[in-house]
Design a protein around this ligand. Sequence first.
Ligand SMILES: NC(=O)c1ccc[n+]([C@@H]2O[C@H](COP(=O)([O-])OP(=O)(O)OC[C@H]3O[C@@H](n4cnc5c(N)ncnc54)[C@H](OP(=O)(O)O)[C@@H]3O)[C@@H](O)[C@H]2O)c1
Length: 255
Amino acid sequence: MKLGIIGVGHLAEALLKGLLRPGADGPGMAPERIILSPRGKGPALARACGCTLAADNAALVAGCDMVLLAVRPGDAAAALTGLPWRAGQTVLSACAGVPIAALESVAAPARIVRIMPIIAGQFGASPTLVHPMMPALAPVLDAWGSTIALDHEAQFEAATTSAAIFGWVQALIASSADWTSTRGVPEAQARQLLAETFQAAAIMVRRTDRPIADLLASIATPGGITQAGLAHLQNRQVEIAWQEACDLVLNRLTR
Ligand SMILES: NC(=O)c1ccc[n+]([C@@H]2O[C@H](COP(=O)([O-])OP(=O)(O)OC[C@H]3O[C@@H](n4cnc5c(N)ncnc54)[C@H](OP(=O)(O)O)[C@@H]3O)[C@@H](O)[C@H]2O)c1
């Protein structure tokens, strides 16, 4: 299998690192099986990683079985237009908010699959959304982390909001770590503490089937510090603001 990448920017660089990185099951993908488009970071990454650099996007499509599309959403349809697509090829589009219908006519007879990875894929830690899932995608998606397959494109679109939530959680970690370090905790320890506290909260949610409300009730004891802070956040309508931000993102994705 040869994988081409059209749109070698910020996301593609992270995903390329994930593909090349050795995993628990063996070595990463051989760099010569990855063909990069010559725009953006393509030439520099081909030199640095040993990947093949295509002369142009037509040569890339001619030489690949699967193509990762990671251009800006507004460039997606144009980037696929006029290329030598053939039956049996798959385009993995990571372009946020770009529906399958907007791409399938320009890349026919290739099949369009939507994915939504995050840059944590470079460490094998991306929960990557996919629609529709096909077994042949597993080796590529597994290199980036776990796969969450959704049956309907509308579900996929709503779930894509998580790519923005990923950034907001980093902002929350930054804010909490800044607050902690202004109270005298050294910056490095504050950063480690808050990153690992958020990770620990996620592990608790992920590794048990108990309702999240039960987990929270078990630590937010009446009159305790967790409950006092939560009550303040609720009074300030933080949860409402958070969900409004999710609505805002989904509206942007579907407008
Ligand atoms: N960044 C993230 O964390 C993230 C996460 C999930 C999904 N995404 C999605 O990934 C896509 C890319 O985001 P990004 O942040 O990586 O953007 P980016 O850094 O701007 O990269 C986009 C790249 O696409 C190239 N490009 C544009 N048209 C092209 C064409 N016709 N042929 C070949 N290359 C072309 C650009 O090259 P030039 O520089 O030459 O114009 C640029 O290098 C977006 O659709 C976004 O929704 C991003």
